[in-house]
Design a protein around this ligand. Structure first.
Ligand SMILES: Cc1ncc(COP(=O)(O)O)c(C=O)c1O
Length: 415
């Protein structure tokens, strides 16, 4: 691979894709793969979706970019669509999840200053992932990701995830808190799903203490968990919610939404982005959002998520090397009792794209357009893969991806 001029920020697999169609990716050697990770939760409509492709082609032939010095009607239209769906009042557009979170962090700080709090603190939680910029890295609850980048940003207080008592303790002992910032389901942290009423409890603590409830829905948003935003499972409204990933089905777009007292905190001169919400990305995002809704893909994520969970539980019943199988919509995890990062290569050698996070958690983020047949194929192939892996592991004969690479065709029913 001609990657020598690239900074070594990524440990890339030795595969390049040249085409995608629905849930399938095709590499430069003519191999096909069932994509169960969707570009890390980005391509919710699958690859090469006609509505998005058409919107991008059409908009590219008219106008790509004008800057936010001028009105951008498509941006206004997208904001209207998102506020209607979410119950929020206002939207700021940017280009990524980290930037959406930066906007939320700045909003919370400014909100504090507007109330005379000169050293505002934001509560964040262990094993969170919020991005790689300095403030979002500080908010991220992973020491490994932070190491070497100190000094980190001040103004964050850390608590355990899914621990309401810890938040109450902070409320009773700490001044100058302005907000809590959490993911409704932790993605990179290992698909950790909190107690059903976690967000409701956080909402009432925030109300009691005049704090903002800020949710990072960069990964959980845009239908992924079976509601447009995951907080809609709880019947609450956060003050601020961020999203990105699935919003543009592959074009870089992020959004920070706010409502009520948070809606008008950011004023001219306080924040901005050159590219944020330009005509091209807004056209793609409008096509994405409209398709998610018109094709009932959010309901489909819920139904298909349960189907895959049931299938995996049945296929892996009694497997003592499986610690847990869990999920919310199409955010699915199979947690093993030990490190299993090697499985990514082994799965790829079988024509299956999966991800392992937190060392021992197989994470699946398939497109919401996955068919039942493709889901069956995925369940069967993953269960077999895990069983073989665990069996070989016990005998100390872990297979390598290289040894397995001749057997590439197994899960490709429509070869
Ligand atoms: C919950 C969450 N927040 C923020 C981010 C950062 O998004 P980006 O990589 O687009 O900056 C991610 C990325 O994985 C994420 O999962």
């Amino acid at each position: 691979m001609a990657s020598s001029s690239l900074m070594a920020t990524y440990k890339r697999a030795d595969t390049a894709f040249e085409m995608g169609q629905g849930a399938w990716l095709f590499d430069t050697n003519g191999n096909k793969y069932l994509d169960l990770i969707s570009g890390i939760g980005v391509c919710g409509l699958g690859h090469n979706h006609p509505a998005v492709t058409h919107a991008i082609r059409d908009q590219a032939g008219r106008l790509l970019h004008t800057s936010n010095l001028y009105e951008i009607p498509l941006q206004t239209e997208l904001a209207n669509r998102l506020t209607k769906i979410s119950g929020m009042d206002k939207v700021f557009f940017c280009n990524s999840g980290a930037e959406a979170n930066e906007a939320a962090i700045k909003l919370a700080r400014l909100h504090g200053h507007n109330q005379g709090i000169n050293t505002p603190n934001i509560i964040v939680v262990d094993s969170a992932f919020h991005g790689r910029t300095m403030a979002t890295l500080t908010a991220t609850g992973n020491r490994k990701a932070q190491a070497g980048f100190e000094p980190l940003v001040s103004g964050f207080i850390r608590a355990p995830y899914d621990d309401i008592e810890a938040i109450k303790t902070i409320a009773s002992s700490t001044q100058d808190v302005v907000a809590i910032f959490v993911e409704p389901v932790q993605g990179e942290g290992g698909v950790r799903i909190p107690a059903d009423n976690y967000l409701n409890e956080l909402r009432s603590i925030c109300d009691d203490n005049n704090w903002l409830l800020m949710l990072d829905e960069v990964q959980t948003g845009n239908g992924r968990t079976g509601k447009y935003f995951a907080y809609q499972h709880n019947g609450i409204l956060p003050d601020v919610v961020t999203t990105a990933k699935g919003l543009g089905n592959g074009v870089p777009i992020g959004a920070c939404l706010a409502q009520g007292k948070a809606a008008n905190v950011l004023q001219p001169g306080t924040h901005g982005s050159t590219f944020g919400g330009n005509p091209l990305v807004c056209a793609a995002a409008l096509a994405t959002v409209d398709t998610l809704i018109s094709d009932k893909l959010i309901e489909r994520a819920d139904e298909l998520g349960n189907y895959i969970l049931d299938g995996l539980k049945e296929s892996l019943q009694g497997a003592n090397y499986v610690a847990d199988i869990r999920g919310k919509g199409l955010m699915i995890a199979i947690e093993l009792n030990e490190s299993c990062t090697e499985l990514v290569m082994l799965a790829k050698a079988k024509g299956l794209l999966i991800n392992v996070t937190s060392d021992s958690v197989i994470r699946l983020l398939p497109p919401l357009t996955l068919s039942n047949e493709e889901a069956d194929l995925a369940i069967d192939a993953i269960a077999k893969l895990i069983k073989v892996y665990a069996g070989d592991d016990r005998q100390g004969q872990r297979r390598t991806a290289d040894r397995d690479s001749s057997d590439r065709r197994q899960p490709t029913s429509n070869d």
